[in-house]
Ligand binder design. Structure first.
Ligand code: MN
Length: 192
């Protein structure tokens, strides 16, 4: 199948000042569009031509894995934010976070620490196993917890292209501010 650029569920300027319109235009409109185009070209004539994205990410290697991973990662990333939304988890995800990390605040701290401690480019994830048990995973480059059999729930992109125009070298400040735009209703919908 041919993949398409995910449509943003908000205006390009509506996540400011945490993510500027200019960053959205480069990150979504150029970086992600390039990954989509590369993936569509790379899978032509391969066994991945008619499989879904999660299957490609789970099974592919090399350039196909890198581009498919980045398409899946950014699709989850861009659809987990909103200019106005629930800024704290509720229901069974909130209960699972409290059980695993002690409190939402302790979870946030641990998640930020994972993101600031990740060397180079990559992603920090909150993921669930098939029993609903939560874990924070650090993934290099295009990594996604689906390769470990986990369900991805929430992700922070720590590639410099995600924050450098707005925060320059201050990755930690950027990660701390991302909590202001996470829509926990969108995250909870991934935790079933
Ligand atoms: Mn990115």
């Amino acid at each position: 199948m041919q993949f398409e650029l995910v449509k943003l569920p908000y205006a390009a300027n509506s996540l400011e000042p945490v993510i500027s319109k200019q960053t959205i235009e480069f990150h979504h409109g150029k970086h992600l569009q390039t990954y989509v185009n590369n993936l569509n070209n790379l899978i032509l004539g391969t066994a991945f031509e008619s499989t879904d994205l999660e299957t490609i990410v789970s099974e592919a290697e090399g350039a196909i894995f890198n581009n498919a991973g980045q398409v899946l990662n950014h699709t989850l990333y861009f659809t987990q934010f909103s200019p106005a939304g629930e800024r704290k988890p509720s229901g069974k995800l909130a209960a699972a976070i409290n059980a695993a990390y002690g409190s939402f605040e302790k979870f946030q701290k641990e998640f930020e620490t994972a993101g600031t401690g990740l060397f180079g480019s990559g992603w920090v994830w909150l993921a669930a196993d098939k029993y609903g048990e939560l874990s924070i995973t650090k993934e290099a480059n295009a990594g996604n917890p689906v390769t470990k059999g986990l369900i991805p729930l929430l992700c922070f992109d720590v590639w410099e292209h995600a924050y450098y125009l707005d925060y320059q070298n201050r990755r930690g400040d950027h990660l701390k501010d991302l909590w202001k735009i996470v829509d926990w209703k969108a995250v909870e919908a991934r935790y079933q």
